[in-house]
Each structure stands twice: as structure tokens, then as C-alpha cells.
Design a protein around this ligand. Structure first.
Ligand SMILES: O=C(O)CCC(=O)C(=O)O
Ligand SMILES: [Fe+2]
Length: 530
């Protein structure tokens, strides 16, 4: 695994890696100690020989017994040294090296720092809300987060973390970090964000540091405007306190972010009253007659339904177990090239499970077919996702990439199965309609992505909010348009769509969605269920 942070499941493996590494290090230390002991003993043996013989070599050689003893002792020392050199501790070192390879790299640390920034933006948190005990961060750690925030153009957060760094330094916390580094970063933020002369006073202290390459910057047109009264560390602190943070908040995502915080839900009490719960047998589906599904209308326009106890805890465990070895960083389609790529838009790891992999996966697919009446033959495999630290999926459509290009295989409906509760955060939100769905273990939600015209229903724009506390597992089943047009009794009877109870209206969208189908006209005339 080279990326731990994008899946909490993979993060937990670090605990095993840590204890494994502890053992390897301890083993290597005792090997080294053993080597040192042996080496020391060889030296002592050697010393004890030379003491007896150094005075008069002639005596030693002339007496065959002492000569024998001398040679024998030297020989013994030789054997001991041979033993030391033969004992290959480089093998232990190799083992240690291979264990070290498993440790997280710099990217992981940066990934987590970015997750912290994201959570902070979204849930409007101050660094001090996050860094008090037990997880107190030191000035160097605070500064690293500031740098990552800056690299990701999150200037507001960067400034907050610089403030936090300075607060800690001011309180006397030890740090490797230098004042000059903080100033350099802050200067860069100044130039990028404010772009106004009055903000440049903060660069003044940098004049003391000759070797920095700040000169070209300072020599720019801004130089003349440096404010005299901010010349030092204290001045900078004053500047930061007076800084208008609100100007730096990102606004383009407000709808999404607010919903993630539980604000801006657009359901009215009058509409809410009309939302019902019911037991459904999928209009007499034999599979559901004895165990009807618990169906709840979560949203009316567009219709979003939730099925409670859709999947059992033991089924969830099987699905998680099957996916674990396959989890890899989830990707999204590049709007320009259409190629799949990994991006911070989607921070999770996912795995695909086919029906044949386990009866459980097949059962889940069949259950979806029973409840929805839709054809699963053309549906995609089950996509299992485990979110990482601050794991999220920014607003998107399931059947189209960001620039409005539809997927080749249109996804008529999405079934999203929640395989965990999430303590804080992690809801699925629909910014356009102001809906927020809470993950509830074992439940599944379903909505249609396409309109009658076959176009994306833009109201289904949705996002997975960053997980703040807890872990989030979901499974997606995307049902394709292709195949649904053939839902009819049999080939001889005039084409009929079998209407299932709750999507009486929605089901009729198929004839137009599947426009390339030769039977389109026939289907259109047979839509009697509207
Ligand atoms: O995890 C969620 O809440 C939504 C996931 C999602 O929208 C997706 O994977 O396409
Ligand atoms: Fe989605």
C-alpha cells in the first residue's frame, strides 16, 4: 500500500505495521549487541595474549610449549572473528529495510494535512478547536498544515494555521521551524491573495534575511508600498489579528458545505407530512411476500427512497472482507480526456465485486432487482467504497462527467447501500434540492439519475461529505438504462412494461432514454402505466 490516508481500513493496518517494525528493530538491536559482545570478547582475548608476550619475543619462540600456546590463542581469536564476520547481520538489516518500506511516505502525511484543511473549511473550525489535547500539534506540525493549505490555494486556512504556529511559538513551544520560514510563507500568501500594497508590510522583516530569494519580489512594484509600521514579528502578529478572513472563504461550494454541516435543508413541513413509510412487496413479488421491504420516502422531488434493513450485518462483513484486498484509490473521469484519474475531488478507496464472487453479492443484486423490478443483467458490478481521513466525493452526477458529457453507458438509477454509521460527517447531500441523507448501517437509498428525456436530472447532483469522525463504508449499484426497455412479460405478448409500485412514473422514462432501440415506438405506445 503506498497510500494509507484515503481509506480508514488501510489506516488501521498501520497499527500492525508499527508493531511489526518494533519487533524487527528490537531484533536488529539484539543482533547488533550480540555482534558487539562477540567483537569485544575477541579483542579481550587478543589483549590477554599480547600482555604475556610483548616483553621478549625470543622467549616465546624458543619454548615450543609457549609457542604452541601463543599460536593456539591467536588461532582462537581468528576463529572468533571469523564467526563474527560470518554471522550475517546484513540479513537482519535487509528485513528491517523491507519493513521500513511499508511505512507511510511524505504523500500520506500531506494527504492527511489536506484532509484536515478540508474538514476545517467545511465544518468551519478554528485550528485551536482541533489542536488542543489529546491531539495537540506542535508548531512544526501546525506549520506543515499551513504549507499544505497554501499549496492547495486554501489561503484562509493557511493563515489560520500560521496564526496557530505563532501562538504556539509565543507560548514557548520548541520548534525546528524558524521565524524566517513563517514570514516567507506568509509573504507568498500576501502576494497571491491580497495583491494589494497595504498587505505587503509583512514582507519587511524578510529584509533581514539576505540569502532568501525574496529580492526579485520585493523589487517589484509593490516594494515602494511596504508599510513602515509592520516591521517585525509583533507587527506581523498584529497584522494577522486584524486580517479580514471572511474575504478568503471559498464561496462556490457553499450549498454543499452548508448541507454537510446540516444547514440549508430545503424540506418544508407541509411536504414532509406527505412523505410516507410502508412495507412493500414490490407488487406481489414472491421474494418479498413473506419479508416485505421497509420502504421510506426520504425525498419527494425527485423521489429518493430508503430501504431499511436492506442488508444484514453479516452480509456487510462478507462484502467488506471480499473488498479489503482489492481496495484501491477511487478515480473520476477527467472532464477533458475522459480518462480515469485520482484527485482530491474523491478521497476514498474502492473495489468492484461481481455477482459470482460470493453468493452474498449475488443476493444483494437480486434484492435490488426484487425491490425495483429493474433488470440487473446490464447493471454494473457492486462498487464498494471505504472513505479515508476527511474522505469525501465532491458534487457530481453519477451518469455524466463534470463538463456535461454523458457516460456511454447511462446509469438510470443509483442504489447506495450504507454499510456503516458515521459518527460525525459523511452524509450524502444533494445541493440542488437541499437534501441530506445520513448514513445508516444496513439501509439503502435509491434515486433516478435520468429524466424522461434521457437527460441527466440535474437535481440529482450529489456529494459525499467529508467524514469527520468515524469510518464510512458504502456500496454503489449503478443500474444501466440498457436492458430496462425489455422489461415485459414475454416476447409474444404486446410489449408491456411491468410497472412496479413506487416508480410508476419513473419507469416510463425508459422508452425515450434508450432511444437507439428499434422497439422504441412500440414501447412508447405501450406505456399505459403513467
Ligand atoms: O458515499 C456517498 O455518500 C455517495 C457516494 C457517491 O456518490 C458515489 O460514489 O458516486
Ligand atoms: Fe455518486
Amino acid at each position: 500500500i503506498d497510500e494509507f490516508y484515503s481509506s480508514t481500513d488501510h489506516m488501521t493496518q498501520l497499527i500492525d505495521i508499527k508493531s511489526d517494525l518494533t519487533h524487527s528493530l528490537q531484533f536488529y538491536i539484539s543482533s547488533l549487541e550480540n555482534q558487539i559482545d562477540l567483537t569485544r570478547r575477541a579483542l579481550q582475548d587478543l589483549d590477554s595474549i599480547s600482555d604475556d608476550t610483548s616483553k621478549d619475543p625470543e622467549i616465546l619462540i624458543s619454548n615450543p610449549l609457549t609457542a604452541y600456546k601463543f599460536v593456539r590463542q591467536l588461532r582462537n581469536v581468528g576463529t572468533a572473528i571469523e564467526k563474527i564476520t560470518k554471522k550475517n547481520i546484513s540479513k537482519d538489516l535487509d528485513i528491517l529495510m523491507s519493513k521500513t518500506q511499508l511505512l507511510p511516505n511524505e504523500n500520506n502525511l500531506d494527504g492527511i494535512a489536506l484532509a484536515i484543511v478540508r474538514l476545517q473549511e467545511l465544518y468551519r473550525l478554528e485550528p485551536k478547536d482541533m489542536t488542543e489535547t489529546p491531539s495537540a500539534l506542535n508548531p512544526d506540525e501546525c506549520f506543515h498544515i499551513a504549507m499544505i493549505a497554501h499549496q492547495n490555494q486554501q489561503f484562509h486556512c493557511a493563515i489560520l494555521w500560521i496564526q496557530e504556529t505563532m501562538r504556539k511559538l509565543h507560548d514557548g513551544a520548541e520548534a525546528v521551524l524558524t521565524e524566517q520560514k513563517v514570514l516567507t510563507l506568509l509573504t507568498s500568501i500576501q502576494f497571491q491573495v491580497l495583491n494589494q500594497p497595504s498587505a505587503l508590510g509583512v514582507t519587511q522583516p524578510l529584509l533581514h534575511y539576505d540569502h532568501l530569494n525574496w529580492k526579485p519580489i520585493l523589487q517589484s512594484a509593490y516594494t515602494n508600498s511596504l508599510i513602515e509600521n509592520i516591521k517585525n514579528w509583533d507587527g506581523m502578529q498584529h497584522f494577522l489579528t486584524a486580517f479580514d478572513m471572511s474575504s478568503l472563504h471559498r464561496t462556490w461550494q457553499n450549498g454543499y458545505e452548508a448541507l454537510c454541516r446540516g444547514q440549508g435543508i430545503k424540506m418544508t413541513p407541509a411536504r414532509q407530512k406527505n412523505l410516507v413509510c410502508r412495507y412493500t412487496t414490490g407488487q406481489g413479488n414472491p421474494q418479498l411476500i413473506y419479508a416485505p421491504a421497509k420502504e421510506e420516502e426520504e425525498w419527494d422531488e425527485p423521489l429518493i427512497l430508503r430501504y431499511h434493513d436492506f442488508i444484514s450485518l453479516s452480509e456487510i462483513e462478507v462484502i467488506k472482507r471480499l473488498s479489503r484486498p482489492k481496495l484501491s484509490r477511487a478515480k473520476v473521469s477527467d472532464p477533458v480526456t475522459g480518462k480515469l484519474m485520482s484527485t482530491t475531488l474523491r478521497v476514498s478507496k474502492s473495489a468492484w465485486l461481481s455477482k459470482d464472487e460470493s453468493p452474498v453479492v449475488g443476493r444483494v443484486s437480486q434484492r435490488i432487482a426484487d425491490i425495483t423490478g429493474l433488470d440487473m443483467d446490464t447493471a454494473e458490478d457492486l462498487q464498494v467504497a471505504n472513505y479515508g481521513i476527511g474522505g469525501q466525493y465532491e458534487p457530481h452526477y453519477d451518469s455524466m462527467v463534470a463538463n456535461g458529457v454523458p457516460f456511454t453507458e447511462r446509469r438510470i438509477a443509483t442504489v447506495l447501500v450504507y454499510m456503516s454509521d458515521v459518527e460525525v460527517g459523511g452524509s450524502t447531500v444533494f445541493p440542488d434540492i437541499g437534501a441530506a441523507l445520513q448514513p445508516k448501517i444496513g439501509s439503502a437509498v435509491i434515486w433516478f439519475n435520468l429524466l424522461k428525456s434521457g437527460e441527466e436530472d440535474t437535481r440529482t447532483l450529489h456529494a459525499a461529505c467529508p467524514v469527520f469522525v468515524g469510518t464510512k463504508w458504502v456500496a454503489n449499484k449503478w443500474i444501466c438504462c440498457r436492458g430496462q426497455e425489455f422489461r415485459r412479460r414475454d416476447k409474444t405478448v404486446r410489449r408491456r412494461i411491468i410497472c412496479k409500485p413506487w416508480f410508476v412514473v419513473e419507469i416510463c422514462i425508459w422508452y425515450s432514454v434508450c432511444q437507439n432501440n428499434e422497439e422504441e415506438t412500440a414501447l412508447e405506445t405501450s406505456v399505459s402505466c403513467i
